[in-house]
Design a protein around this ligand. Structure first.
Ligand code: PLP
Length: 403
């Protein structure tokens, strides 16, 4: 009998590690050096873990070999609770769930929420785990458009148009991956007003909340909508550069009286995976409580800020390429002018780039962007490496078209 994958996976895709990465690995095995600009993994580009985080992890590792509480270490959950309370958000330690990265918690949150055919409003472009997790949970991701002409702000009218009686939740990714957009308080008020009018659960992915450039300010969604059930996701992977520790949290904020059964479902799923990686949980309180070393990297003169500037400047110098300057996060989402480039299949375009220049980037359609006219690169490489990579991308694009 043929062993075939479950039909549950029919609409599940995650192109950031998809077939293009498989080809990159084949090329590596054949002896080529591939510059992988596909994942936001700071450690791969020489970013060190803050020493106090490493120290806490090592100090506690000897006592972290047993299973722990399914929702997470009390001290870590308390630190997360206090972190939000100091921002004016009401929650208790019972409202915090720790997970193996935000990734696990997104999947749990969607599985506990959705019945077959339920709809979730997800931005386009999106971080594709959201769309994949909705699909895996039997739901349908309905993409609302973010508008490149308005610095990638969500198109509120498009959201309104797409709400049906099956819509259960609205996903907000702020700061945004892949676009780097950071939403104003006014925009968040408009988004939460839509959720309020249509009784939607708000899912706010804030994993880049401390990676902000220029005058950008991050406003936590839960702080401006205390009357809405808001699931806030964050973790250590980006601002603390320890993506491999697999440490994230979900804070369930807002009124719970009408969500008891949902919360019970979340707790069942947390119990089923027994607990999150224990050693990394010991670093959460230290991370949230101490000096925020990420600031040194994003302020003027900081490495991340310089790389963001370099990426933006060089990408926009390539004839036919434009890019809204990212205000946050670790990416640049560039546009290929369809009048200059005839591209029908953007995944083929990044495969062609990989084979020609040994650089791996991700095609826009991998972020559920509907047209084959964008790509994303990470802005994590040092300026010299980034400069070389973008020059090579420019060389590849010169005259590129698909027939
Ligand atoms: N959410 C967004 C917007 C991301 O960009 C990422 C990783 O790139 C994640 C969630 C997953 O993060 P984690 O490492 O905590 O699983």
């Amino acid at each position: 009998m043929q062993v075939i994958q479950s039909t549950k996976l029919a609409n599940v895709c995650y192109e950031i590690r998809g077939p293009v990465l498989e080809e990159a690995m084949r090329l590596e095995a054949a002896g080529h050096r591939i510059l992988k600009l596909n994942t936001g993994n700071p450690a791969a580009f020489g970013f060190d873990c803050p020493p106090e985080i490493l120290e806490d992890m090592l100090r506690n590792v000897g006592d972290a070999h047993g299973y722990g509480d399914a929702k997470g270490l009390l001290a870590a959950r308390r630190a997360v609770m206090q972190h939000y309370q100091t921002q004016g958000i009401q929650l208790s330690v019972e409202d915090v769930y720790l997970g193996n990265g935000v990734s696990e918690l997104i999947q749990m949150a969607m599985q506990a929420l959705l019945d077959d055919g339920d709809e979730v409003l997800v931005p386009a472009p999106d971080y594709p785990l959201w769309t994949a997790s909705v699909a895996l949970s039997g739901g349908t991701a309905v993409h609302y458009r973010c508008d490149e002409q308005s610095d990638w702000m969500p198109d509120l009218a498009d959201i309104e148009r797409k709400i049906t009686d099956r819509t259960k939740a609205l996903v907000i990714i702020n700061p945004n991956n892949p676009t780097g957009a950071v939403y104003s308080e006014e925009m968040l008020r408009s988004l939460t007003e839509i959720a309020r009018r249509h009784n939607l659960v708000v899912c706010s992915d804030e994993i880049y909340d401390k990676i902000l450039y220029d005058d950008a300010v991050h406003v936590p969604t839960a702080a401006i909508a205390p009357d809405l059930l808001t699931l806030t996701f964050n973790g250590l992977s980006k601002a603390y550069r320890v993506a491999g520790y697999r440490s994230g949290w979900l804070a369930v904020c807002g009124p719970k009286s009408h969500a008891e059964s949902y919360i019970e479902g979340l707790t069942i799923l947390a119990n089923m995976r027994l607990c999150a990686n224990m050693p990394a949980q010991h670093a959460v309180a230290t991370a949230l409580g101490g000096r925020q070393s990420i600031k040194d990297l994003v302020l003027p003169g900081g490495r991340l800020r310089e790389q963001r500037d370099t990426a933006h400047e060089l990408l926009t110098q390539i004839p036919g390429v434009s890019c809204v300057k990212p205000k946050g996060a670790l990416y640049a989402f560039a546009r290929l002018d369809p009048k200059v480039f005839k591209i029908k299949d953007d995944r083929q375009m990044v495969l062609d780039l990989l084979r020609a220049e040994k650089i791996m980037i991700v095609h826009g359609s991998g972020f559920n962007w509907p047209e084959p006219d964008h790509f994303r690169i990470v802005t994590l490489p040092a300026v010299d490496e980034l400069t070389d990579a973008i020059e090579r991308i420019g060389r590849f694009l010169d005259g590129y078209s698909q027939h």
